[in-house]
Write a protein that binds this ligand. Structure first.
Ligand SMILES: NC(=O)c1ccc[n+]([C@@H]2O[C@H](COP(=O)([O-])OP(=O)(O)OC[C@H]3O[C@@H](n4cnc5c(N)ncnc54)[C@H](OP(=O)(O)O)[C@@H]3O)[C@@H](O)[C@H]2O)c1
Length: 349
């Protein structure tokens, strides 16, 4: 197959690119905005795989990604499947314009390009957190006026509606991972965002406080004891996206989630152990506490992630279970030990 891929220099896209090349004869057309970065990544692949990658330089914020008419003409009728994984994965409220330019307009440009190229199938990588403030995640579109935590979620819901609006032009399917974490076998993760942004913030705070204060001060992170952390290993997500080439059905949404997520308190305790940060303590969000100035700083550093410590969302994933049925992929069973290994791998790297 000839496959077009965006976001290949990212955490998930890099893993997906490797998957699509390994043990196959697929040819990849890979959209990159930083050719040097992409070339460095591709250098790490076997020569035979490198020869099946064609890099195209462009930016998803531009119509047709800024590709020349000649380039579009050359690629027309040459692409079977288009994966759109590029996005801005940040939750800050003040990035709303940028989030919409990259995530929403970027998706419109991807769909327009896929249509111009006459592709058969378009796969959009969204997020399970399009669920917004609801506590039950379904495998259907959420309303545009959903209640959101941040403009990232909002930009992704709007993009999903856009994707389904192109359903008459090509087969479209949507894939919604929850929080993507390192490889389930090695722990390896090439990410700075979501869980990794959270862990980095804790690490920075620990280093900062190590220099001052007396050894007895403790620092409280406020979390909801009932809340859960829904992690999915990057290899599980990439395996499902790869299988989608042959198994996905049009106009379907696939939640790629952990059906049995650990609670936040357990995860925070794993951070604490991995960081050797004994002075970190976790308190229930009773609304009835007074934080010290340092604790305020700590809790503010992790504000964008805190909404994900507060809830306990149950996600349906029956479409995904159907997709992986009779395949080599087992329904996710993420053990405490695997989560510990993934977290330890980050702090030991
Ligand atoms: N990470 C998660 O926990 C998570 C969870 C659920 C869903 N997702 C979704 O999964 C997808 C991949 O996420 P990720 O974690 O792999 O993100 P990532 O590591 O930040 O990678 C983002 C990718 O998008 C590319 N990109 C961003 N803006 C672009 C632009 N204007 N033009 C061209 N390329 C651009 C980046 O290129 P550069 O390398 O040049 O920056 C990079 O390849 C996203 O759609 C995200 O919403 C992620």
């Amino acid at each position: 197959m000839n496959i077009f891929l965006t976001g290949a220099t990212g955490f998930l896209g890099g893993k997906l690119m490797k998957n699509l090349l390994t043990g196959t004869e697929h040819e990849l057309i890979v959209l990159v905005r930083n050719v040097e970065k992409a070339e460095a990544l591709i250098q790490t692949f076997p020569q035979e795989q490198q020869s099946r990658i064609k890099l195209v330089s462009g930016n998803i914020t531009e119509p047709h990604f800024g590709l020349s008419d000649d380039c579009v003409k050359q690629l027309t009728n040459q692409v079977d499947t288009f994966y759109h994984a590029a996005a801005l994965v940040k939750f800050d409220a003040d990035l709303r314009d940028e989030l919409f330019a990259i995530n929403y307009e970027g998706t419109r440009h991807a769909l327009d390009l896929a249509k111009a190229l006459n592709v058969n199938t378009f796969f959009y990588v969204s997020t399970a957190y399009t669920v917004g403030k609801h506590q039950h995640g379904v495998e259907a579109l959420y309303p545009l006026d959903n209640a959101y935590h941040n403009p990232y979620e909002e930009s992704k819901v709007a993009s999903e509606h856009l994707v389904f609006a192109y359903g008459n032009d090509m087969d479209v399917s949507i894939f919604r991972p929850s929080i993507i974490v390192g490889d389930s076998k090695t722990g390896e993760a090439d990410s700075e965002f979501t869980l990794y942004g959270f862990m980095r913030a804790l690490d920075i705070f620990k280093r900062r406080t190590a220099k001052k204060d007396d050894a007895h001060t403790t620092y409280r992170v406020v979390a909801n004891r009932e809340g859960t952390s829904n992690f999915v290993p990057v290899d599980y997500v990439a395996d499902i996206l790869s299988l989608a080439l042959t198994k996905a059905e049009p106009n379907k949404i696939y939640n790629i989630i952990n059906p049995d997520p650990p609670n936040n308190i357990d995860i925070l305790n794993l951070f604490k152990q991995a960081l050797h940060f004994e002075r970190l303590s976790i308190v229930e969000d009773t609304q009835n506490y007074e934080l010290s100035a340092e604790e305020e700083k700590l809790n503010n550093m992790i504000v964008p992630f805190k909404v994900y410590l507060a809830g306990s969302i149950q996600f349906e994933d029956s479409n995904t279970q159907e997709l992986i049925r009779d395949s080599d992929i087992n329904h996710l069973n993420l053990t405490h030990e695997t989560v510990r290994m993934i977290i330890n791998e980050y702090f030991s790297a």
